[in-house]
Write a new protein. Sequence first.
Length: 253
Amino acid sequence: MSRALDSPLVVFAVALVVQWIAAYGGDFLSRKRQPFNQDEKADYDAVQTATLTLLALIIGFSFSMAVSRYDQRKNYEEAEANAIGTEFLRADLLPPVDAASTRDLLIRYLDRRIAFYRTRGEHELSTINADTAKLQAELWSTVSRASAAQSTPTVAVAVSGMNDVLNSQGYTQAAWWNRIPIAAWAMMGLIAIAANGMIGYGERHKGALLLLVLPIIISISFLLVADIDSPRGGIIRVLPQNLIALSQSLSPR
């Protein structure tokens, strides 16, 4: 289920087909019943309106959740670039050998972080995560060795900066895992199915094309929510602009 949500086009196609079937099924059942009397029609319209309103509210809340998570990923990308850039400068506080090693490792680490944002493939992502973990271990080993050899306040500042670098990657990863819950998607889907079924059942002898209008509108809404919520599968993605700018500024050095 989670893999399907990573592809907004799959979400759109599945939502459109299922909702159209629900609307057509409701229309098919309406042909076998007696027409509503005036009181029944008023009650049915009230329930149908309430269902559509609830669906609109849930889609709105889901869209808000997706946008807030997208903004969070953008903020952590900026924070990660700031942490790496600051530690690159603080490396001068380390002994010369350790400083050179730290700067070299940070440049390689920065390249891996840029690749993390750009990649879409699962296999490539696994390789990037493995390289990142290895570089983090080497970075921490370098500054901890320098701290053990020369425990001074200036070295402690460099160690603290390295801690910020490692923490920022953890915060970024947590933000990328923070997605709209599957239960929320299931609730939206069930209410959308019910709403389309009621639209088809409420009036008799609707055309097949007319029954597609509401499913298309709702499916486009699902597409937009899934696109923003998916860190890698959608068109709307967080680009590592700050990390790329940092990499370009460090290259001459």
